[in-house]
Ligand binder design. Structure first.
Ligand code: 5RP
Length: 221
């Protein structure tokens, strides 16, 4: 099965986790886009969706799905029932690397506001150790060199994502050549650096369920 076909299958399978009458958190990226297209069939069954990026908000609205600001949503419900999003990598502990699309901070916020994180991926995203995919870090612009220097001290090779500004007005530093043996410790260490908004390790907000598209169909992990 081609990669896009696997993404479509997991996106459709994720609909089973959407509860009628709930508010759904929606991620960013090509797999999340396929989920949005599938969610359109349930638009009259849900209260609405909270988007993890401007581009996701536009796609949701394009399908006539009600888009709610997170603060608005959390006045209506205690938490979102589910957050559905892709990932760049996942390991055996369902720790993730995210942020290939640069939306990591809002993704982590919406995931934290949700009862359950259902991660939708094709099998190419499965790894033994996180770090083969360059780890994105969202950084306040004035802290660029400070953060880059600290990343070098940790054994990484920082590269500025040229010409990219996040929805929050910040820059992204992609860190190459990291082998992540303790995802939670590295997530915490990087997030403690002044100027780091957040990094793309999702260990605290790891997936509860991974739906992985394979040549033989969708596997639930
Ligand atoms: C965006 C993300 C995406 O979930 C990640 O990059 C995977 O994208 P795709 O579904 O296109 O492979 O974290 O910030």
């Amino acid at each position: 099965m081609a990669q896009n076909e696997m993404k479509k299958k997991v996106a459709e399978a994720a609909l089973a986790y959407v509860k009628a009458g709930s508010i759904v958190g929606v991620g960013t990226g090509s797999t999340a886009n396929m989920f949005i297209d599938a969610l359109a069939s349930m638009k009259n069954d849900i209260l609405g969706a909270v988007a993890s990026s401007e581009v996701t908000a536009e796609r949701l609205a394009g399908h006539g799905i009600v888009v709610l600001d997170l603060n608005q949503a959390l006045k209506q419900v205690k938490s979102l029932s589910v957050y559905i999003d892709g990932a760049d990598e996942f390991d055996g502990g369902k720790n993730l690397v995210k942020g290939g699309g640069g939306a990591l901070t809002r993704e982590k916020i919406v995931a934290a506001a949700s009862d359950q994180f259902v991660c939708i991926v094709d099998e190419s995203k499965q790894v033994a150790f996180l770090g083969a995919f360059p780890l994105p870090i969202e950084v306040i612009p004035m802290a660029r060199e400070l953060v880059a220097g600290i990343v070098v001290g940790l054994g990484g090779v920082p590269k500025l994502r040229e010409g990219f500004v996040t929805d929050n007005g910040n820059i992204i530093i992609d860190v190459h050549e990291l082998k992540v043996t303790d995802a939670r410790a590295l997530e915490d260490e990087l997030n403690s650096v002044p100027g780091v908004v957040t990094n793309g390790i999702f260990s605290h907000q790891g997936a509860d369920v991974v739906l992985m598209g394979t040549a033989d169909g969708v596997v639930t992990l």
